[in-house]
Each structure stands twice: as structure tokens, then as C-alpha cells.
Ligand binder design. Structure first.
Ligand code: ADP
Length: 294
């Protein structure tokens, strides 16, 4: 008798748990369906990846978005780098938040009609580190992605979390059919080893590699304009060749880029005569624009 009494609440608990699991799966499926429908309105989705932080991934993502906007494209910029969502700072978005109507979240409008969404806009304090636990974090991100009403876009540029671990993998699996990835590296050997991992990451999630960018490649002297090779440059290019992926160009270390980032001014527009901006237009923007001609 006492066995049955003991068993009853447990049985009840098990059923409740099963129902909760069913509800959760249904919610996931609805979110995935909504996400697929919304993403279908976007012609090209580009991931910006790096094997580790601090190589200029977000800077590159911002300038790709602005560079495409300057070419008259309809562009969205999505920052899912939950470890350091820096797009609000790089674009000087201040303390703006996303407008919602209960069902949809609407991106912020930036210059050239660029629509911007950053996980950083969800945080009450942008200096706060995101400390959600893994599964909870992924649930929040899935719902967040599904809620965004982008409308019709030519391009969505997605600033990914750095690395090739479980978290970027889960985010990549949430996003349907991307056109390709831009992999950002610096010339030091350790970063190049990271790029190899990023390339195999792309293969794993079946996203084509659009190409590798070697950022901080040499220093453009602010006095004479001559390129000073601080680290051994060209590693990104030779490695891209070896791994049979396109090389999109070298962006020099440029004091103007630091200044631009710190003051929230994309260098491709505000410092458009610099070597960095020129290399950017020639290598990266041209390659991405060519996707539209396919
Ligand atoms: P990540 O997204 O990879 O962590 P960020 O884009 O936040 O990197 O860039 C890290 C820092 O490096 C920023 O202060 C940025 O201004 C600086 N930076 C990026 N690219 C360059 C460059 N080509 N020249 C000078 N500074 C750069």
C-alpha cells in the first residue's frame, strides 16, 4: 500500500514532465518554423566568424553591412556574439532598445536603412557579461531570432560568437541556409591554426566559405602611409591557398580604425580614403556583391 502511495506522486511528476517536454518541443518547432519563414525573405545570409576573440570580427561585420548599404543594398546586421555583443558600441546605438508589439521585435534603423539587432540590446547593462547557462541561453536566442521582423532584405550579416565550440555550432544550426561565411584572422600563427578550425566548422554546418580575411596585417604608418610589417603577413593568404578557400584580402592595422570603432563611426564610410577602407571595398565588399549576380 505504502509503495503505491509513494509511487503516485512520482507518476504524476513524470506525466507533468512529459507534458512540459511536449510543450517545449512544440514551442521550439513553432519558433523554428517562424524563423524559417522570416529568413526566407532575406536573399543572402552571411556569417562572420573567427576562431577567437579580438581579431576584429565585429569591426569587419559592421563595415560589411555599412559597405553594402553604401552600395544601395537592403541590409540587416545581426549580432549574436553573446560573450561580447559589441555592435551597439561600434555603431554608437546608446541605450536604445528594440521595439516590440508582443509578437514581433523590430530592428533599430541605422544609416542607409540598415536594420540592426544585437543581443546586447537585450541586456539591461551593456557592460554586463552574459551568464545564462547553455540550454537556457540557446532557448532565449532561438526565441529572439524567431521574433525579429526583418522584412525583405538583400543581405543579413551575422556577427557570430567567436570559436568553434558547441555554442556557435548550436546557433549555426538554428539558422537555415546561409550563403557563406567570412572568416577573420590575424597573421600570427596561433590565429591561423584557429582558422583551420573555423573552416572545418563551416564544413560541419554545411556553410560554404566565402573567404578568409587577414586583419591587422601590417601597420599603415599614420605619418608616411608606408606599410610596416609588424608580424609576418601573408599567412592567411598562403593558408587559404593550401586549404583551397578564397582569400579576400589583407586589412592593415590602422590607427583610424581604432578611432572609428571607439567613436562608433564605421571606417568604410568615415575614413574611406584609408588603406583599410580600400582593401575592404576591393576584397570583401566586391565578393559579397557578386553573390547578388549569381
Ligand atoms: P572581435 O569581434 O574579433 O572580438 P573587434 O571587432 O571587437 O574584435 O576588434 C577588437 C579591437 O581591434 C577593436 O578595438 C577594434 O577597433 C580593433 N581593430 C579591429 N580591426 C582593426 C584594424 N584593422 N586596425 C586597427 N584596429 C583594429
Amino acid at each position: 500500500m505504502s509503495n503505491t502511495e509513494d509511487a503516485l506522486p512520482l507518476y504524476g511528476k513524470g506525466q507533468k514532465q512529459q507534458q512540459e517536454n511536449r510543450d517545449r518541443t512544440e514551442k521550439h518547432q513553432q519558433e523554428e518554423k517562424q524563423l524559417r519563414e522570416r529568413m526566407a525573405q532575406i536573399r543572402h545570409k552571411i556569417l562572420v566568424l573567427s576562431g577567437k576573440g579580438g581579431v576584429g570580427k565585429s569591426t569587419i561585420a559592421v563595415n560589411i553591412a555599412v559597405g553594402l548599404g553604401m552600395e544601395g543594398k537592403k541590409v540587416g546586421l545581426l549580432d549574436v556574439d553573446f560573450h561580447g555583443p559589441s555592435i551597439p558600441t561600434l555603431l554608437r546605438l546608446g541605450n536604445q532598445t528594440l521595439r516590440t508589439d508582443g509578437k514581433n521585435a523590430f530592428p533599430l534603423d541605422y544609416v542607409y536603412g540598415i536594420k540592426v539587432v544585437s543581443l546586447g540590446l537585450l541586456l539591461p547593462d551593456q557592460d554586463e557579461a552574459v551568464i545564462w547557462r547553455g540550454p537556457l541561453k540557446m532557448g532565449v536566442i532561438r526565441q529572439f531570432l524567431a521574433d525579429i521582423q526583418w522584412g525583405d532584405l538583400d543581405y543579413l550579416i551575422i556577427d557570430f560568437p567567436p570559436g568553434t565550440g558547441d555554442e556557435p555550432l548550436s546557433v549555426a544550426q538554428m539558422l537555415p541556409e546561409s550563403d557563406g561565411a567570412v572568416i577573420v584572422t590575424t597573421p600570427q600563427e596561433v590565429s591561423l591554426a584557429d582558422v583551420r578550425k573555423s573552416i572545418s566548422f563551416c564544413r560541419q554546418v554545411k556553410v560554404p566559405v566565402l573567404g578568409v580575411v587577414e586583419n591587422m596585417s601590417g601597420l599603415n604608418c599614420p605619418h608616411c602611409g608606408k606599410l610596416i610589417e609588424l608580424f609576418k603577413t601573408g599567412g592567411g593568404e598562403s593558408m587559404a591557398k593550401k586549404l583551397k578557400v578564397p582569400f579576400l584580402g589583407r586589412i592593415p592595422l590602422e590607427p583610424a580604425v581604432v578611432e572609428a570603432s571607439d567613436s562608433g563611426l564605421p571606417f568604410i564610410y568615415h575614413y574611406n580614403q584609408t588603406g583599410a577602407a580600400q582593401a575592404f571595398r576591393e576584397g570583401i565588399i566586391k565578393t559579397i556583391l557578386a553573390l547578388d549576380d549569381r
